[in-house]
Design a protein around this ligand. Structure first.
Ligand SMILES: [Zn+2]
Length: 449
């Protein structure tokens, strides 16, 4: 459906590109409303006579906002806007007839964030391209965009990056950060846009203009930062470098495509959010480790060493105890062919397997029938007790009978093996006290049989 009203404004001359600080109260008309064919987008795509909602472009993601029907309180959410050739398409779930008068509302906080990152990127790239640093920007990517799948981001995900053609030293980054923060705070520069009609296009490098943007009919825009930078760009920008607020550039860069490097940075309110979030994390680490920031590294190294030592010590005692228990078990086997081992709390499978390892050669040398049950329980203190169970016999039938006897006592027991004799191994996914007690009483009979 298309109305006969005036043609819509083309992307390049949209109201949001001419004045990037229009966030609400902008009235316009619906030019067309068509059903969307792609399944992963809202049902309808709407083109307006003009719009203050920016479609994605120039590395800047799409705005979001609302369309309000004039004279009503009805707000129709616009989760995304995309560019198709020279047209800005608003994706919505509600059909709006062409000719309908509407008012547009922009998600202001999101747009300002995008502008802070985007204008910040232009400034960063222009300073790094100066003769002092000689690092050319080959591309950029804006990070920190929450998605439906991941609405809350990790602080490290707030970073954007530019891809540059050389690695910067820490001194370069310190120096560039100071120069840029000076241009943001102490000596701010105006940011302005020049719209160039087709006959003026030759004055500018148009190599980065997307292929589906018809330059013959379109508008080429250049973004100027004072007189230090001029770049073709379709994005929405701040009016002054002071609105970038601040920039944080990370010294660590990642190598890409041979000799290129990704340099990570963030601007504006993100820097404050990042500082607050990381401060919260550091405070909680300090509290856990009872130390200052400067000692965190040392403390963690020490803890890792301690864990390593404890684990080695545990291995030693597991072996010692397994050897001791094996002797006890073999004494019982020699007496009446039956033995059991119960280890409550810290009765890990690892311990049971160590006992099994010690027992194996002795059982191989045995020339009489045997029946052994090894059972351990863990996780009592955490309120989630689980268990491990090993049944040993030279006879598959004895193993099957033992499993049959124990099954009614241990309702959450699963396992397998030992069909022809040898080892049956299983676990008890929930091991209540009452079941442990019942198993203990049952196995005590081994001593008297
Ligand atoms: Zn740009």
């Amino acid at each position: 459906m298309t109305s006969d009203i005036d043609k819509p404004t083309i992307v390049g001359a949209l109201a949001c590109q001419r004045d990037s600080f229009l966030f609400s109260g902008f009235q316009t008309e619906v030019v067309s409303c068509n059903e969307n064919k792609s399944k992963d987008k809202p049902r309808y795509e709407i083109e307006l006579k003009d719009t203050i909602l920016f479609p994605e472009g120039g590395g800047q993601p799409s705005d979001s906002g609302c369309i309000k029907l004039v004279g009503t309180d009805e707000l129709i959410p616009v989760p995304s806007i995309s560019r198709r050739g020279l047209h800005a398409m608003h994706h919505v779930d509600t059909e709006i007839q062409p000719g309908t008068k509407v008012e547009i509302i922009v998600d202001e906080a999101k747009r300002i964030d995008h502008m802070q990152q985007h204008s910040g990127q232009h400034l960063l790239s222009s300073i790094l391209e100066s003769s002092e640093f000689n690092a050319k920007t080959l591309g950029w990517s804006m990070g920190g965009i929450p998605t439906v799948k991941k609405p809350i981001l990790e602080p490290s995900e707030y970073f954007n990056y530019i891809e540059i053609d050389r690695k910067l030293s820490i001194e370069d980054i310190t120096k560039a950060s100071k120069v840029i923060n000076d241009i943001i705070s102490m000596k701010p520069l105006p940011i302005s846009v020049i719209e160039r009609t087709p006959e003026m296009h030759e004055q500018v490098d148009s190599s980065k203009v997307p292929e589906d943007y018809d330059l013959e009919k379109g508008i080429l825009r250049t973004i100027h930062i004072g007189d230090i930078d001029s770049n073709p760009c379709c994005g929405t920008h701040l009016n002054s470098t002071s609105q970038i607020e601040s920039i944080l550039i990370l010294p660590n860069q990642t190598s890409v495509r041979g000799t290129n490097y990704r340099l990570y940075f963030m601007c504006g309110h993100r820097v404050r959010d990042y500082a607050q979030k990381t401060n919260k994390i550091i405070s909680s680490i300090k509290l856990s480790l009872s130390c200052n920031e400067s000692a965190i590294d040392e403390k963690i190294t020490k803890l890792k060493d301690q864990v390593h030592q404890s684990s080695k010590r545990e291995q030693f005692w597991i072996k010692e105890l397994a050897s001791y228990e094996t002797t006890k078990i073999m004494n019982c086997i020699n007496k009446n062919g039956k033995a059991y081992l119960l280890k409550d709390e810290f009765g890990s499978l690892e311990f049971l397997l160590q006992v099994f390892k010690e027992l194996s050669p002795r059982l191989m040398a045995l020339d009489k029938p045997y029946q052994i049950v090894l059972c351990g329980r863990e996780g009592i203190q955490t309120g989630n007790p689980v268990g491990s169970l090993i049944i040993l016999s030279e006879s598959g039938e004895t193993i099957a009978n033992t499993v049959k006897e124990l099954s009614p006592l241990l309702t959450n027991m699963r396992g397998g093996g030992g069909k022809n004799g040898g080892k049956w191994q299983g676990k008890i996914t929930k091991f209540a006290d009452i079941e442990w007690d019942a198993l203990t009483i049952h196995l005590e009979q081994f001593n008297t049989e």
